[in-house]
Design a protein around this ligand. Structure first.
Ligand code: FES
Length: 653
């Protein structure tokens, strides 16, 4: 008689095993992805499986309900204490007795997929660098003079195949107490290094550690710092928070911060201190919000532009302010929290900083490349991450090019007369009737348009406060569509346009969107200066994209992805009317949400993604906008709305 046949779903892996083989063991031998933290002791419940009898019967598999061994004492005890879902078994306890189909539910898979919320092309496969391993450590013995750490390392090698374990001093310092408190049963958080370095013990917990491990994906921008606290087991984001980058007081944009470092001895260190302190505060806040002990945050991944990258690492950024824009190092960084003085994290927590692409194209662009994977695209895709600097990637399977373009903060509502950050009360969408020239708009925090009943109540007591980035883009595009502004961006007078909303403002005109002054609210207008600021920003963006297209030898792209916390809210139609992006069919413009933040999350949750992006950045062709004369030509031609010379046939359609 043959040994029982076992088929695992969803992998479809199968094999024959002698009766009495534990399911976990069969899964390991077949390379089936079945989790375990306790090493088969029946206490972690990570190995849960569901026998699904008969599903494969048409292929000749004759499963019987008794194809698995009956409940044993360990399983019964677990069920009594914690409760197993109906139909579930512990894979380390249930033994194979006959032919059986075994389903591994998603939560029992080590490399489970986390579905991304944004319009995503890729799910995140969980395989974090740091994992938990439960072990029993041999007690010390006078006659065998080994250290506690060495016996722990031996146990991890014996039970989990982890060789060459190292520990930093802060972990060693607490090790002996934990071993004794756990009565020599402990859970080790071990970090694997994807570059071939030794595995590291990051933390040790007494007994079976069930409170999980967490990591931070941090998008360190010039204006804001955003952090996502992520469960390293499930990949779920348990809390997100953001703060202003305090370096703003040293300079609004990157170049003024570089000048600050140039002009003030010790200025770079001052900015480094400020940003690290802000990150620390943010970590404390986000952990408190999620109700999580910061001691459980053992990893952090950073994405940032080159200047922020240097200032985070404590490297003087002056070289980035002048050609040839040399980075101190473009490589990815593997560090500890202590090296970055991040006191909110355990000293041994690991910090990974994504690699930079070039002196002007940073780790944030690398993160976008990881998230949107233009190098895997069949068709030619233009990815634009809109921010104070636009990160632009163009490519397909054959080749990817990247540049960064200094758009300035206008797209984020800064330097706009009625501009503000995207927050409740900000106008985020606007339409201007081409006949009456009257506006209607929507503000953040309400779904209603301003001409719909109930709008005032929906906006609430805070009222209408200003216009955010997506609002100003729509406003300028709508002014053009309504004929209130010519191709050069010049607004007409009330007489010329027949609209009393065009109000003289010195020698130019402004368009009155909303006058709340009667009730103590703001008067919201779009001024000629606002339009000029948006023209400069959009020309820089378009010129960067055109430069990459020239380099690639094409005059059109197949599709456009708008990324960035704010890029996600831009209306594709208005972006095209404005001439921010090259002409493509409107249904070929998609939004990717905060792609840089997503890239950081991918690198946090999947160790292979780190190796992947380090490889990818080496293959990306870098294009430097600052020294390229054609950039200036494209910039000037792109000043017109939508463009002086480039055709926009899709707009006509
Ligand atoms: Fe931990 Fe089965 S492996 S309960």
């Amino acid at each position: 008689t043959r040994d029982p046949l076992v088929v695992f779903t969803p992998s479809g892996k199968r094999g024959h095993f002698p009766a009495g083989t534990p399911v976990l063991q069969a899964a390991r031998q077949l390379g089936v992805d079945l989790d375990s933290v306790c090493g088969g002791r029946g206490i972690c419940s990570k190995c849960q499986i569901t026998p699904s009898f008969g599903e494969f019967s048409k292929h000749g598999l004759t499963s019987q309900p008794d194809a698995l061994s009956a409940w044993n004492a360990v399983e019964a005890r677990y069920d009594e204490k914690r409760g197993l879902k109906p139909g579930r078994r512990l894979g380390c306890q249930a033994k194979i007795e006959g032919d059986v189909v075994i389903d591994v539910p998603a939560e029992s898979q080590v490399h489970r997929q986390v579905v991304r919320k944004a319009a995503s092309t890729r799910a995140i496969a969980m395989d974090p660098a740091t994992r938990l391993h439960f072990v029993e450590v041999a007690e010390p013995d006078m006659h065998v003079p080994t250290g506690d750490f060495e016996r722990l390392a031996a146990a991890l090698e014996r039970e989990w195949g982890i060789t060459g374990l190292r520990a930093d001093l802060p972990v060693l310092a607490g090790l002996q107490k934990v071993l004794r408190r756990g009565k020599w049963q402990v859970t080790a958080a071990v970090h694997r290094d994807h570059t071939g370095g030794p595995p590291r013990l990051l933390a040790l917990f007494p007994g079976l550690h069930e409170a999980g491990l967490y990591g931070l994906a941090i998008d360190l921008g010039s204006t804001t710092i955003a952090a996502h606290l992520t469960d390293l087991d499930t990949g779920a984001v348990v809390a997100s928070a953001g703060v202003m980058n305090p370096q703003i007081r040293f300079g609004e944009d990157l170049m003024s911060r570089v000048s600050y470092a140039m002009m003030n001895p010790g200025g770079d260190a001052e900015m480094t201190r400020a940003v690290r302190e802000a990150i620390d505060t943010l970590i404390v806040e986000i952990a408190a919000e999620a109700g999580i002990d910061p001691a459980l945050i053992l990893e952090a991944v950073f994405v940032c532009n080159p200047v922020m990258h240097h200032l985070l690492l404590g490297i003087d950024p002056v070289e980035l302010g002048q050609a040839p824009f040399a980075l101190a190092s473009s490589d990815a960084m593997n560090l500890t929290a202590r090296e970055l003085d991040l006191a909110a994290l355990p000293a041994a927590a690991r910090v990974y900083v994504l690699p930079c692409i070039a002196g002007h194209v940073g780790a944030d662009a690398a993160a976008v490349a990881l998230s949107e994977a233009p190098g895997r695209s069949e068709d030619l895709v233009l990815v634009v991450d809109v921010g104070t600097n636009a990160e632009i990637l163009l490519g397909d399977r054959s080749r990817v090019l990247a540049c960064s373009s200094p758009t300035g903060p206008a797209f984020e509502g800064a330097q706009i007369s009625s501009g503000q950050r995207a927050a409740p009360g900000a106008i985020e969408a606007i339409r201007i009737d081409p006949e009456t020239k009257e506006p209607r708009f929507r503000v953040i925090g309400s779904d209603l348009w301003s001409d719909e009943p109930g709008f005032a109540e929906a906006v609430g007591a805070g009222g209408i406060t200003g216009i955010c980035g997506s609002g100003i883009i729509e406003a300028v595009a709508e002014l053009r569509l309504a004929g209130l502004m010519d191709e050069s961006g010049l607004m007409g007078s009330a007489e010329q346009t027949g609209s009393p909303r065009m109000i003289a403002d010195g020698r130019t005109h402004e368009y009155l969107v909303w006058d709340g002054s009667a009730t103590g609210g703001p008067r919201i207008t779009v001024t000629q200066g606002d339009i000029r600021a948006i023209q400069l920003a959009k020309s820089a963006l378009y010129a960067g994209a055109r430069l990459l297209m020239d380099e690639r030898g094409v005059d059109k792209v197949d599709r456009v992805v708008l990324a960035g916390a704010f890029g996600a809210h831009i209306s594709p139609k208005h972006a095209m009317v404005l001439g921010m992006i090259p002409d493509v069919p409107l249904d070929k413009v998609t939004s990717a949400g905060n792609a840089a933040g997503t890239g950081a999350r991918i690198a946090l949750c999947n160790i292979a993604a780190r190796a992947e992006i380090e490889r990818t950045v080496r293959e990306i062709t870098k294009v430097e906008t600052a020294i390229e004369p054609r950039f200036q030509e494209h910039f000037v031609a792109a000043n017109a709305i939508p463009h002086k010379t480039d055709p926009f046939p899709e707009l006509q359609a």
